[in-house]
Design a protein around this ligand. Structure first.
Ligand SMILES: C[S@@+](CC[C@H](N)C(=O)[O-])C[C@H]1O[C@@H](n2cnc3c(N)ncnc32)[C@H](O)[C@@H]1O
Ligand code: SF4
Length: 376
């Protein structure tokens, strides 16, 4: 049986953050009811055959899913349950923004089956949060975390960002330690990326904002790795740490190239053969569905070679490594050759065990460069 997940994209936000290129809209709350009607219709229209799949994760991301009402979530779950076999779902995550997830709503989310919350903390530092144009402060983070525990969530992730201009090691240490004191089960620490089309990109391009140097970023990353280890978290992906056995199943589906259904504007999915993505425009998404049309704008069948390259690229990012058994017999000799040719360059950062090839913790910092050399 193929392990699989379901992703739902909720595209509404209170403000657009200057660094974010995830698809989202602001000041469009009036469109929320129509959006949910469309989402439910999109699920009804789905023709992917999931009979041979074991769906074990649901992830509602955004945007800001914590803005949805419990009634909206209830009707969404009802439709998913009618259409798919959800009896094996072990992990049901919703993203929540600090200060934008009231207690009553979180309580009903929990009673509807949500068992994991991913909170976008980003930073606790007042001036960095201002730089990132976030509308929350440290108090909202602490309060939302407290509410999550009170309501009974025992699997909480906090997203943090490093590599922010003017973020010294001291500031990062303070943020990280304060978040670790809260004791979340999972932490994602992302390096701030300058994505095209964002306000950050424009400022960097015009020379108004200078991003930190690679040395600076490596120092913060190295510190993160050792502190997480001291606190008993295991690094299971370049940017992700968890308490034992609490890795995010849903993200592992992406990294292990397993199927994932995807609904909502801009959502990306994989049916085991082809990758597909929905239109990144709320009104066009709604209109297409109104006309009984699919909101998909891109469908690309993964060739054997592309599938293997994805296995390699993502495999280098995770603790489980590249599952060599999944690389086809036809391409395996080619890959073995590549490994042999790169032994001197990358050999000391690689470990081969049980037909899996993975990077050492030290090697994670070079994952992108190794992937380039390992492409088939
Ligand atoms: C879908 S986003 C946002 C979730 C939620 N709306 C929030 O803002 O907290 C998920 C995570 O991606 C990370 N992220 C978004 N844009 C990023 C960027 N340009 N560089 C690094 N991390 C980014 C943030 O840590 C964020 O919490
Ligand atoms: S970072 Fe989160 S809150 Fe900010 S625009 Fe992106 S999705 Fe919305």
């Amino acid at each position: 049986m193929n392990k699989a997940g379901i992703y739902i994209h909720m595209p509404f936000c209170r403000v657009k953050c200057m660094y974010c290129d995830f698809y989202s809209v602001t000041d469009r709350d009036e469109a929320m009811p129509t959006f949910f009607d469309s989402l439910i219709k999109e699920i009804k229209m789905c023709q992917i055959d999931t009979k041979s799949w074991t769906i074990d994760s649901i992830f509602i991301g955004g945007g800001t899913p914590s803005l949805m009402s419990s009634n909206q979530l209830e009707s969404l779950i009802k439709e998913l349950d009618t259409k798919f076999d959800l009896k094996n779902v072990k992990e049901f995550t919703i993203e929540a923004n600090p200060g934008e997830a009231p207690e009553e709503r979180l309580k009903s989310f929990k009673s509807l089956g949500v068992n994991r919350v991913s909170m976008g903390v980003q930073s606790l530092n007042k001036s960095l949060l201002k730089f990132l144009t976030r509308i929350h402060g440290k108090n909202e983070v602490l309060k939302t975390f407290e509410i999550l525990r009170k309501v009974g969530f025992d699997n909480i992730n906090c997203d943090l960002i490093f590599n922010i201009p003017n973020q010294t090691l001291k500031i990062w240490k303070n943020d990280l330690e304060e978040v670790l004191q809260l004791g979340p089960e999972h932490l994602s620490c992302y390096s701030l990326t300058v994505e095209k089309g964002t306000e950050l990109y424009k400022h960097v391009k015009r020379g108004e904002i200078k991003m930190p140097s690679n040395d600076n970023s490596s120092e913060l990353y190295g510190y993160t790795q050792s502190l997480m280890n001291d606190y008993g978290y295991e690094q299971y992906e370049i940017s992700n740490w968890s308490k034992p056995k609490l890795e995010c199943r849903h993200n592992l589906h992406y990294w292990e190239i397993e199927p994932c259904l995807a609904f909502g504007p801009s959502a990306h999915g994989f049916d085991g053969k082809s990758r597909f993505s929905n239109i990144s425009n709320l009104d066009m998404y709604i209109n297409k569905i109104k006309l009984d049309k699919s909101p998909q704008v891109q469908i690309q069948e993964l060739s054997n070679k592309n599938y293997s390259n994805e296995l390699i690229g993502f495999g280098l990012r995770i603790k489980n490594g590249i599952n060599l058994n999944k690389i086809s017999d036809e391409l395996r000799p080619n890959f073995e050759n590549i490994l042999k040719n790169n032994k001197d360059k990358w050999g000391r950062f690689l470990i081969k065990e049980d037909n899996h090839l993975r990077l050492t913790n030290e090697g994670y910092a070079f994952a992108d460069a190794v992937a380039v050399d390992f492409l088939l």
